[in-house]
Write a protein of this length. Structure first.
Length: 312
């Protein structure tokens, strides 16, 4: 078995569902053009950080001197049968990823195992950088180039076996590994995600206007959520998975339910009612969501979102 195959086997053995390899070269021009146009048109809303580190975001080798390869991995977090919330408008709808333990730590720990294996096994692989979400990097573009999925009109990475509930991570390394073929499969004429978007944040060309996006407004926006968004958001207090739920690739995925049971699901977060959140104190909030992205958003922001919904 060649070295690249050994690295892939290691990534799968530590619990990732899919792995692909690409070079550390800059991402293709179409991705750069899309990002630049998205920024120029103001679609990043108040996410000023998206305007910074443009060279690093589009070029993995700018993040690690001497980088030659990028190992891209995906962790499936699709629901098991008993991991679905009740359909009740009084229940707070929370983005699926936040119903688990903090994925950053979970994935970083396992990426370190893979990186350690590369250092021990691959000549020239002694330098590496682990990336999980917080590093400025066009990870979906790299994942597409590594062949583990393609970017859909909803701007999500789509894998035909596992669907769209995939958390992404990368190891940028000085090791020279054999790259996989890019997966360039378009969504063709399907526009279900665009039609299903509650606020019309998704546009026909596959562009996302963050200022209209419920996920942005309930997670990233530090200010007050606009009344028109709050009315449509309803009981969605943290994120929105609608464009994922309606995608045919999610509906017909072969492995929709997650296989990695070590990624701890928190069932007590499933059916929390809106009025419970409104009456909740910080101690209870930290107990329930302390290792979740909701903690970064904060209880007061979530309460303000609920009040805005009720008063708009």
């Amino acid at each position: 078995m060649d070295i690249t195959s050994l690295v892939k086997d290691k990534a799968l053995s530590v619990g990732f569902d899919v792995v692909g390899i690409t070079t550390a070269e800059p991402v293709g021009g179409e991705h750069v053009e899309h990002l630049q146009g998205w920024l120029d048109n103001g679609y990043a809303a108040d996410m000023g950080y998206m305007h910074r580190n443009f060279d690093k975001r589009t070029n993995p080798s700018a993040l690690l001197e001497g980088a030659k390869s990028v190992v891209c991995v995906g962790l499936n977090y699709g629901p098991l049968e008993d991991e679905l919330a009740d359909e009740d408008p009084a229940i707070a709808e929370i983005a699926r990823f936040a119903l688990f333990e903090d994925y950053h730590d979970f994935m970083k720990d396992r990426l370190r195992e893979v990186a350690g294996f590369i250092v021990e096994t691959v000549e020239g692989g002694e330098k590496f950088k682990i990336c999980v979400d917080s590093v400025p990097l066009l990870e979906r573009a790299l994942a597409q180039r590594a062949g583990i999925g393609f970017i859909g009109k909803n701007r999500m990475l789509i894998n035909q076996e596992f669907g769209l509930y995939l958390l992404l991570g990368e190891i940028i390394t000085t090791a020279e590994l054999t790259p996989d073929k890019s997966l360039d499969k378009p969504c063709a004429d399907c526009d279900k995600c665009i039609r299903a978007c509650p606020t019309r944040a998704l546009q026909s060309g596959g562009t996302l206007d963050a200022s209209k996006c419920i996920s942005y407004q309930t997670i990233e926006n530090k200010g007050e959520i606009p009344g028109d968004i709050a009315r449509v958001a309803g009981n969605r207090v943290f994120g929105c998975d609608r464009c994922v739920e309606v995608c045919p690739y999610q509906t017909f995925a072969k492995q929709k339910a997650r296989k990695n049971k070590e990624f701890k699901f928190q069932p007590e977060r499933l059916n929390v009612k809106l009025n419970e959140l409104l009456e909740m104190d910080k101690e209870r909030f930290n107990e329930l969501f302390g290792d979740s992205s909701l903690k970064r958003t904060g209880l007061e922001k979530i309460k303000a979102t609920i009040w805005k919904y009720h008063t708009s």
